[in-house]
Design a protein around this ligand. Structure first.
Ligand SMILES: Cc1cc2nc3c(=O)[nH]c(=O)nc-3n(C[C@H](O)[C@H](O)[C@H](O)COP(=O)(O)O)c2cc1C
Length: 338
């Protein structure tokens, strides 16, 4: 979970027998090295390094100027201007530098969001012996990922928090919920399928296993754990999740992602047309977000969360993992016996 989790969460999940993951999209190579070294010292289990594999954004000055003026109007009271599109705050796509890092650090699993990198880079990752995962949001994407060498596929339903992993389609209207997508993907691919989206307790895990999932990937459920790197503002919003709603929005980064509804989503979206390409809007928004956050305001911050956000609890991640896994197995065994 880029921006919301670092090595501590991976270590805690791994200690409970889960697959710990480090989201690398917003980390520098040196920071990734540091985190991996710290994880390796504390967690003997396998490690998943996660990268974004979006295309490098094309700058479009007209689009950027228009988005800049919309951001400026929205943040006028803060007294800061939006940044240009080339400043810090972006998310790097998987490139030759990231690939060399994988060759150096040798994670057991490498997962991608937004498709897969170019075939030459993917072959280099495969040559390290790492298992390759990526996210599918449609049956067509799942087939494509299997055809292009994925060892397992994450079926991400529309309920999921954070960015939609969609890469063959941009049509949000045809995206499915986990309960429909998961069995449809299980039926057409021969690799294991990992269920993601709206799963936040043992009932959800047991349901996903019943629908043919080989494993589950939970995000939002861990955001309130002490080991997560969620900001105080994000945590405060999550505590109130039962009284709030989530929506899909592209106004923070240029790509659709699910988060708790807040001011920027209401003022400029939740889905804006003619927005600069991912991740340029995040770069442009950065000064407004920083100023608002320094004033204790969540108005310009992405509060990524899935539809089951109200079920996230504030307990240590290893305990949460053990409790959910044990209760899910109990439910699954009881349904087999019945
Ligand atoms: C705060 C947050 C950050 C996320 N960042 C990433 C990421 O960096 N890479 C990725 O592959 N998926 C990311 N996701 C999506 C998750 O991998 C997963 O699909 C999602 O959390 C599952 O739905 P759930 O949040 O309802 O559990 C993120 C999700 C959240 C909530």
């Amino acid at each position: 979970m880029a921006g919301s989790a670092l090595g501590d969460l991976a270590v805690a999940v791994s200690a409970a027998g889960g697959l710990g993951a480090l989201a690398c999209a917003s980390l520098s190579p040196d920071r990734i090295r540091e985190e991996v070294s710290s994880i390796r010292q504390r967690a003997p289990g396998p490690l998943n390094l996660n990268f974004f594999s979006h295309p490098t954004p094309q700058s479009d000055s007209q689009r950027e100027a228009s988005w800049r003026s919309r951001l400026a109007a929205s943040g006028a009271a803060l007294g800061v201007e939006p940044a240009g599109s080339s400043g810090p705050g972006g998310r790097a796509p998987f490139d030759a530098t990231a690939c060399a890092l994988v060759e150096e650090l040798l994670p057991e699993v490498v997962s991608f969001h937004f498709g897969l990198p170019s075939s030459d880079l993917l072959e280099r990752v495969q040559a390290t012996g790492a298992r390759i995962l990526s996210t599918a949001t449609t049956v067509a994407e799942a087939r494509w990922l299997e055809d292009h060498g994925c060892d397992a596929i994450i079926a991400q339903g529309i309920e999921a928090g954070g960015h939609r992993g969609m890469f063959l389609t941009t049509d949000l209207n045809t995206q499915s919920g986990t309960m429909a997508l998961l069995p449809a993907v299980v039926d057409v691919v021969s690799v294991p399928v990992i269920a993601a989206g709206g799963i936040a307790d043992a009932r959800g895990i047991a349901a996903a296993l019943g629908l043919g999932a080989a494993a589950v990937q939970l995000g939002t459920a861990y955001l309130r754990c002490p080991e997560a790197a969620s900001s105080p503002l994000h945590r405060a919003a999550l505590r109130e999740a039962a009284n709030r709603t989530t929506a899909l929005t592209n106004v923070f980064t240029g790509r659709p992602a699910r988060g708790l509804v807040n001011r920027l989503m209401l003022e400029l979206g939740p889905i804006a047309c003619d927005i600069p390409e991912f991740p340029l809007p995040a770069v442009m928004l950065a000064p407004l977000r920083a100023k608002a956050e320094s004033m204790g305001l969540e108005d310009f911050s992405p509060l990524w969360a899935g539809q089951a956000a109200a079920m996230a609890t504030e307990i240590p991640a290893a305990e949460l993992t053990r409790l959910m896994a044990a209760a899910a197995l109990e439910i699954s065994q009881a349904s087999v016996m019945a």
